[in-house]
Design a protein around this ligand. Structure first.
Ligand SMILES: [Zn+2]
Ligand SMILES: [Zn+2]
Length: 146
């Protein structure tokens, strides 16, 4: 289902701010902070107030249309969502974020944590870091040249 459909099925208009933010994030593999979104939209001639950017992101995140992803330096940005239960792997070199299906089996880990902490685990936040294929190749080429 397209993001336009998700918005209208939940009773929201496909307003300018929501459309601009979604289109920008869909064209960007790297997570973007609200400030970066604000700046990129101003530069592309679609200026939105920073408050509109935050409001649009809040709604889009609530509907699962955008996800918050953490850069290797710990700063958080948004990427377009992949739908369904999924997680992201982020390249430590170029910061590109790729979604993967969340079909992992965490039950043995969760059981151990519940036993150790006496918590009842209800949710999780999982993200992986690594080096993407393009950066692996670029790094290998750089080593060869030396
Ligand atoms: Zn990379
Ligand atoms: Zn998961």
């Amino acid at each position: 289902m397209s993001w336009q459909n998700v918005l209208s099925e939940n009773g929201y208009r496909v307003s300018g701010p929501r459309r601009y933010v979604m289109q920008l994030l869909e064209s960007n593999a790297q997570p973007m902070t609200p400030l970066e979104i604000y700046q990129a939209l101003s530069e592309s001639g679609r200026p939105l107030g920073i408050v509109s950017v935050y409001r649009a992101l809040e709604l889009l995140a609530e509907l699962g249309l955008v996800c918050m992803v953490y850069n290797p330096d710990g700063s958080a940005g948004y990427v377009a969502g992949a739908g369904g239960h999924h997680h992201h792997i982020v390249c430590q070199n170029c910061h590109r974020a790729i979604a993967f299906a969340g079909s992992e089996d965490l039950s043995s880990l969760i059981q151990r944590v519940e036993k150790e902490t006496k918590f009842h685990v209800s949710d999780h936040l999982l993200q992986l870091y690594g080096i993407c294929p393009d950066c692996q190749k670029a790094l290998a080429d750089a080593v060869e040249e030396n």
